[in-house]
Write a protein of this length. Structure first.
Length: 317
């Protein structure tokens, strides 16, 4: 049970990756300021978290089952929290989906939206009314740089994060009136099971419905470039946990929080040219013209905000 003065933090998706690291970092806070309720849909997966939490397990960290795709599971979990009192809700659970849209089933696409979008909506609907009544609370959402900028062959995952960004951008205004803060964390690539799971799924893919050229662009152009990007820009889940802790400890928490400054120019491009041509053409060039030289591309990315590349981008046709 939380002792007085401790903030109750509930986190979704703590069996691995970013959720696990946020739970451990907060539970091990030197001043013991947090009572962490780490949740996961399958408690059989708890060992990694319990081991990483060490002495904090049973003290400042407890576990509860929670599947963000189930109304019943969400209700049961929140009802089992003392007085339903949650100071900070961290919506972290999420799944990826990669590949040519033609070869992805509608069922798989809906699963991504059910988790990444409706999962967050379901959690917020359940927790927000109590926060509004108390005129206090902080809702954090693990978005992505792909919630701000589309990335080729990540079409549906990107759409699910865009949907969440739109939802939260709208909610944040109403919530502020009730002194409830809402913050998005927007990481670029992070080395977690997310990456491994997506690569495993891709290895099993048979690409039904996709033409040979599209499959070739995906396998021989996108995947190697993406691997380079992960190697060059990838952060650790600990990095993201530290950013998240900073956001929840701020007296005036920011709404948007990019965790990787290398992505700032990518996002800035979108607002630098309202026609969208700059983004589309730059991404086209990065992938299809500079893709094989991705290591060099990394330095170009860093200077995208200067006007040189803007003048040089050419239309794909
Ligand atoms: N890794 C990356 O490059 C980036 C990740 N993100 C976002 O960060 C978040 C965490 O991902 P990350 O740690 O990298 O990946 P992981 O795959 O390591 O972790 C995802 C977590 O979400 C859980 N989860 C999936 N579906 C559900 C569900 N229905 N109910 C409850 N939990 C569920 C998984 O549980 P289980 O073990 O049961 O599957 C797992 O604990 C995601 O929202 C992702 O979109 C954002 C930017 C970059
Ligand atoms: C290939 C490629 C890119 C790849 C970006 C990747 C692979 C980003 C991954 C982000 C993740 C995993 C976010 C999770 O939410 C860029 C930089 C757009 C530039 C053009 C070529």
């Amino acid at each position: 049970m939380a002792s007085s003065g401790q903030k109750v933090v509930l986190i979704t998706g703590c069996s691995s990756g970013i959720g696990l690291r946020i739970a451990v970092l907060l539970a091990k806070d030197e001043k013991k300021r947090y009572h962490v309720i780490a949740t996961m849909r399958d408690l059989k997966k708890k060992d990694k978290l319990v081991e990483a939490a060490g002495d904090a397990y049973g003290q400042t960290l407890m576990l509860l089952p929670l599947d963000v795709c189930s109304d019943e599971s969400v209700k049961q979990c929140i009802n089992s929290v003392k007085d339903r009192h949650i100071d900070i809700l961290i919506n972290n659970a999420g799944v990826g989906l990669l590949g040519p849209v033609e070869s992805i089933s509608m069922e798989d696409m809906k699963r991504v939206f059910e988790t990444n979008f409706f999962g967050v909506v379901r959690m917020i609907k359940e927790v927000m009314p109590d926060m509004k009544k108390r005129r206090a609370g902080h809702i954090v959402v693990m978005s992505s740089v792909m919630g701000l900028q589309g990335v080729v062959f990540n079409d549906v995952y990107t759409a699910s994060k865009f949907a969440m960004e739109g939802f939260c951008e709208s909610m944040a205004v109403q919530l502020l009136k009730f002194n409830v803060h809402l913050s998005m964390i927007e990481p670029g690539p992070v080395h977690t099971e997310f990456e491994t799971k997506m690569m495993e799924d891709v290895a099993k893919m048979e690409y039904p419905g996709a033409d040979a050229d599209t499959v070739r662009y995906f396998k021989d152009v996108y995947l190697p470039s993406s691997k380079d990007i992960f190697e060059a820009m990838g952060q650790t889940p600990e990095d993201i946990a530290k950013c998240t802790k900073k956001v929840i400890e701020s007296s005036n928490p920011r709404f948007r929080n990019l965790t990787n400054s290398l992505y700032t120019p990518i996002v800035a491009m979108k607002y630098a040219d309202e026609t969208g041509g700059l983004s589309v053409n730059t991404f086209y060039n990065l992938l299809f013209n500079f893709g094989p030289l991705m290591h060099i591309t990394m330095s170009i990315l860093k200077c995208l905000t200067c006007s040189c590349l803007r003048r040089r981008t050419v239309s794909p046709n």
